[in-house]
Design a protein around this ligand. Sequence first.
Ligand SMILES: [Fe+2]
Length: 424
Amino acid sequence: MNKTISTLIPLLLLPGLGLSQVSGERSKHEPFETPVALYLTWQQDPTTTMTIHRVSEGAEDESWVDYRPWNEEEAAGRSWESVTGSSEPMARFSNLPVHTVELTGLEPATTYQFRVPEGPGTFKFRTLPADADEPIRFAAGGDTMHRQIWMERVNRVAMEYEPEFIVWGGDLAYADGRENRRGLHRWFDWFDAIKNTMITEEGRVIPIVVTMGNHEMRGGYYFHHDDFEQTDDWRREVAPYFYTLFSMPGQPGYNVLDFGDYLSLVVLDSDHTNPVEGEQTEWLEEILDERQEVPHVFPVYHVPGYPGVRDFDGDVSTGIRKHWVPLFEQYGVRVAFENHDHAYKRTVPIRDGEAADDGIVYIGDGSWGTSARSVHDADETWYLERSESVRHFILATIHGDDASFKMIDEFGEKIDEYELPADD
Ligand SMILES: [Fe+2]
């Protein structure tokens, strides 16, 4: 192991709240220490699959996960299934392996128990329901960790609402793609925040869906790089952690995640490792076209098209309004999640560049765990319904064709709410 890294390891083995609380029978495999990181996401339908990511200390060839359906009475009687995945080094600077194991063929709305090589504890996850006949809650936001303490505070409040998953629209650890001690350390703090706050007392790990932000890469934006190429290798080179740590979106950095036929999250890259214009916009049109019958299609991306803090005429915001917004409008998007500006904002419904009753509402602006900036005055800004300088998250609830949003600050106070008008 890299010497510099091994000096960091003792810091990582302080038990996280969740990890110290879970228990269960010992794995048949030899246990290692507590994983450096344990977090879940999806590469395919969250109603029947789960992807388990783990960063371990040296267990290079131990990429397995054991799992079984779980309920109070039966668990002890069920045998474990074992699935082996793959691993790759976290970055050139760190040879810590990032393990990825995807479980498929699961039952919807079912709790599973799982264990990883760092035994003896067990964990749980829950698949999403097959439909939205009952309300489904998730939390959304972005810009998660200026400071770990702020991220953990908002995580804890969000967890009180028992979200099925959390969506983070970029600027996660603020490591800027730096393959050095400082960059790595920011990810370690971010992993710790998840371990400390996003594993319930019962050992249930809450999955995340993330997007690329400017602080996931060196230079922030593709146009700051003279050697830009729209290739997997180039993206991996400038954003080494993002492309090893998260199989969603994975390459090429944008993707769509379909929850049965009731919800699609459209995960986009706002000029970071992919230009807004061109290949990504062509792909966006295709996937929005295919999902016109899906009741809830939410784009999520980092830089806002309708900024609560920054300049409306900024290049990236202008590009988003020019290339993506017309497609959102054409294909029936009703709400989009924006980030990056480190404040709270909700726009008026917007269509064709002006306020319109049947328009799209943009909610953001990415202040989960950042110091919040001062905002444009909503009374003097045509596109803003609300704006506030506050750390917060968005609690989204979808139920049949209905969707509602409660915005909640770091102290658990509701700061705003929005309900989609019934679709005629
Ligand atoms: Fe940002």
